[in-house]
Ligand binder design. Structure first.
Ligand code: SIN
Ligand code: CO
Length: 398
């Protein structure tokens, strides 16, 4: 189902996604009572504690000892007792580990996938929290179990206490003080000062987190893509952004210097060579296709902890297209597109985004009986077959 930006959402307290993005996103906090009425934890606390023992799950434990902040990174062989006060366990990227969490994250896709990062889940006993701090990225804090008291505000002074294992604001001055019940949600823009303290022992908070590329990375990535394309167009080994080559100038020639004057200072770099280098750069095209190539590959790069497991009994899509069932992206797969390019898990697909492939990217599933599948080219089917055998995609029988 395509997203309707103008349909009011209970998730946003009755605001439309368009309104929310216009008035709150990146700008100011929004408290939403009963964003998800009747919400139950997507993963029980006991299962979360088990996950904290695994080395393919990023976890942190935060507690206070004699008033001092302490932090330890997982995996944890043992955790504090459930009745011991003042501790919190945080598990990163839970959307990669659990389908229900991944499904919850999909409800926030009124923000582009390129900006969505991961879902963190924390459990805490009464008094537990990570202290007053700010984050660099937007976040929705959704209360899943127990109650949590949130104090927050948009203070200017973001100085931190020195020499602590975690970021703690030195001068926290909240403007709001609220208690969130299960189903309530708080949106905070980047740099909002906040402190969430568990009121109950079974407190669970789900953070839907976003990412934003650094501007220096954008510049560097675009330059890297231009460099990769320059080599790829000559059929020479190129980096991750080279394959396949985009239309553009083919720099196959050699520097020539008829008219080079006899040198007086032989060690000095010739003026003409400097000029030729700068002129060559002017022939490169820095356009939307190149930016999309870098961003698509880079932002669809899977999490380093993602392991894909192909199913043994997948149908042969090239041999015979299934009449029923659906193709579903694995929850770890990242797929993006732009104009004539489609990106999946860090690679540029060797086919253009047909309506069926766009639907797969936008909806993360494609019904095999969907009329758009009839127009899939042989190359696109071969591509889908590859993704199926890589475990990037799965077939769900009807
Ligand atoms: C938490 O879930 O305990 C912390 C979330 C945050 O403050 O960023
Ligand atoms: Co925070």
């Amino acid at each position: 189902m395509p997203i309707d930006p103008n349909a009011p959402l209970p998730l946003l307290g009755g605001l439309t996604p368009a309104d929310f993005m216009h008035r709150y996103w990146q700008r100011k906090p929004l408290l939403i009572r009963q964003a998800i009425p009747g919400l139950k934890p997507p993963v029980p606390a006991a299962a979360l504690k088990k996950l904290a023992k695994r080395d393919d799950v990023e976890s942190r434990l935060i507690w206070r000892e004699e008033g001092q902040w302490q932090m330890e990174r997982g995996p944890f062989a043992r955790l504090p007792k459930a009745r011991e006060p003042d501790w919190t366990l945080l598990l990163q990227s839970m959307d990669l580990h659990d389908d229900a969490v991944c499904a919850l994250m999909q409800r926030f896709r009124f923000v582009p996938d390129a900006r969505l990062d991961d879902v963190m889940i924390s459990i805490a006993t009464a008094g537990g929290g990570v202290g007053p701090h700010f984050d660099s990225y937007d976040v929705f804090l959704l209360q899943a179990a127990g109650r949590r008291r949130w104090r927050y505000g948009m203070q200017k002074d973001l100085s931190l206490k020195p020499d602590l294992p975690l970021k703690i604001l030195s001068n926290f001055q909240p403007e709001q003080d609220v208690v969130l019940e299960p189903g309530d949600m708080l949106y905070l823009p980047p740099q909002a000062a906040h402190d969430g303290i568990a009121v109950d022992d079974d407190c669970m908070t789900i953070s839907i987190g976003f990412r934003a590329p650094g501007l220096a990375m954008l510049a560097r990535g675009l330059l890297e893509a231009a460099a990769d394309q320059t080599m790829a167009r000559l059929g020479q080994p190129a980096g991750p952004y080279g394959d396949p080559p985009l239309p553009g100038v083919r720099l196959g020639g050699l520097y020539r210097d008829p008219g080079q004057p006899a040198s007086i200072h032989p060690a000095e770099l010739p003026e003409a060579l400097i000029k030729a280098t700068l002129d060559t750069l002017d022939t490169l095209r820095f356009d939307a296709a190149l930016a999309a190539r870098f961003l698509g590959c880079w932002l669809s790069e899977p999490n380093t902890l993602s392991v894909f497991t192909p199913a043994d009994d997948a149908p042969d899509l090239e041999e015979e297209w299934p009449a029923h069932g659906a193709l579903v992206l694995d929850r770890r797969s990242r797929m993006l597109y732009r104009d004539r390019q489609i990106f999946i898990n860090g690679e540029t697909a060797p086919v253009a985004p047909s309506p069926a492939l766009r639907a797969l990217a936008d909806e993360r599933r494609l019904d095999c009986a969907d009329a758009r599948c009839r127009r899939l080219s042989a190359d696109s089917r071969a591509c889908l077959a590859d993704w199926l055998s890589a475990g990037w995609l799965h077939y769900l029988p009807a």
